[in-house]
Design a protein around this ligand. Structure first.
Ligand SMILES: *[C@@H]1O[C@H](CO)[C@@H](O)[C@H](O)[C@H]1NC(C)=O
Ligand SMILES: *[C@@H]1O[C@H](CO)[C@@H](O)[C@H](O)[C@H]1NC(C)=O
Ligand SMILES: *[C@@H]1O[C@H](CO)[C@@H](O)[C@H](O)[C@H]1NC(C)=O
Ligand SMILES: *[C@@H]1O[C@H](CO)[C@@H](O)[C@H](O)[C@H]1NC(C)=O
Ligand SMILES: *[C@@H]1O[C@H](CO)[C@@H](O)[C@H](O)[C@H]1NC(C)=O
Ligand SMILES: *[C@@H]1O[C@H](CO)[C@@H](O)[C@H](O)[C@H]1NC(C)=O
Length: 319
């Protein structure tokens, strides 16, 4: 992504060492998550070429089996990535991802939304970042958001996963509307960010593009940069499929999107993906989220008093 982004993470990773209460259940059989509604079943899968175009990396973006999935490769020549052809204002965005097997320290695989190209000084961003490790089962899932240029406050949360993310495809989904942002893994909500008064200035509320990338995060991704990418193990290959982007598609820049069911920035309009089930978490989803957070979350910016002597106000909500 870009340097200020990475700088803020350097501080962040340096302060991680105190987070020791980690569930190491991954050494054993994968635990069974509670059952939740499968939001990903509500939307159709988009053909890659219709929905996306290359972002960088040229030949390292590869269509496999007649486009039934896409491989993104990182080797000593380049990382790679693709980007949605349209921008979206709210919606549901999902991809099934299988991470590189074996040694992957320093490697970052990201599925995210951003408008930094259109709003360089006050951009919005919603991130899934998968951080490689020396041992294949210890990939870390990091979530983060920036709203309206709030890059001075990294709102990271980090999780271990309850499955081996290199063995098969798993669904990583972002629900973003005028009520909340929900990060879901295999339809289990792992994080909810409400559009509350405390969050209103930093709540992403301008159209964004959808990206998937693989890149060299040697300086920060693994143990605060102590384990850089080792190209002896290259190429690192992430596979992606089952793309869903159900939102208000928007192609122009810097004018209100022509979506009848949106009223820009007011939060009063209906969302492109509307209805009760998208506006608030069901009891079942809350059970799933508590399960994921209690069992697998090992870092939240809300608990990091080294970084935030004054805890950000939104952290006091929902408690
Ligand atoms: C490849 O995909 C295209 C477009 O989806 C389809 O028309 C074609 O039949 C496929 N070819 C094979 C060999 O499956
Ligand atoms: C990059 O990798 C290729 C293939 O493994 C190797 O032949 C080449 O020497 C490497 N180049 C550099 C600059 O390390
Ligand atoms: C946006 O523009 C791209 C490229 O010109 C086009 O492929 C896509 O269909 C457009 N999307 C919408 C919603 O107009
Ligand atoms: C977003 O940032 C711009 C430019 O810095 C500012 O004018 C605007 O008021 C901000 N919007 C919100 C909702 O804070
Ligand atoms: C907005 O969405 C609702 C429900 O999806 C639909 O009934 C309504 O006709 C839409 N409004 C407009 C102006 O398209
Ligand atoms: C978000 O808002 C809902 C409804 O007010 C509340 O039940 C929930 O706990 C809030 N979530 C967080 C993370 O604060």
């Amino acid at each position: 992504m870009f340097s200020i982004h990475i700088l803020s993470r350097l501080f962040f990773v340096a302060s991680l060492s105190s987070c020791a209460t980690v569930t190491r259940s991954l050494q054993h059989d994968s635990p069974i998550p509670p059952s939740v509604p499968r939001l990903t079943d509500r939307f159709s899968h988009l053909p890659f070429d219709e929905a996306f175009s290359e972002f960088f990396g040229g030949p390292n973006v590869q269509r496999v089996s007649n486009g039934s999935y896409i491989n993104l490769k990182l080797d000593n020549s380049s990382g790679s990535g693709f980007k949605s052809r349209s921008m979206y204002y709210y919606g549901f965005f999902s991809a099934a991802i299988k991470l590189p097997a074996d040694y992957s320290a320093g490697v970052v695989v990201a599925f995210y939304m951003s408008n930094a190209d259109v709003y360089p000084h006050n951009h919005d961003e919603i991130d899934f970042e998968l951080l490689g490790h020396e041992k294949r089962k210890e990939w870390v899932l990091q979530t983060n958001i920036y709203g309206n240029g709030s890059v001075g406050t990294g709102r990271e949360e980090k999780f271990y996963m309850w499955f081996d993310p290199t063995a098969d495809f798993h669904e990583y989904s972002i629900l973003w509307n005028s009520h909340h942002i929900v990060f879901l893994v295999d339809n289990i909500p792992v994080r909810e960010v409400n559009r509350s008064v405390a969050m209103s200035r930093a709540y992403p509320s301008k159209p964004m593009s959808v990206y998937a990338t693989i890149w060299d995060g040697s300086q920060w991704a693994t143990h605060g940069g102590k384990k850089p990418v080792n190209y002896k193990f290259a190429p690192f290959v992430a596979s992606l499929k089952d793309f869903e982007m159900e939102g208000c598609a928007w192609n122009q820049t810097k004018i209100a999107p022509p979506c009848p069911n949106n009223s820009q920035n007011s939060g009063l309009g209906l969302d492109p993906v509307g209805g009760q089930e998208f506006e608030e978490l069901s009891d079942q989803q809350k059970v799933g989220m508590a399960w994921a957070r209690n069992g697998f979350m090992f870092y939240s910016y809300c608990n990091d008093q080294n970084r935030f002597p004054v805890i950000p106000p939104e952290c006091k909500e929902g408690k």
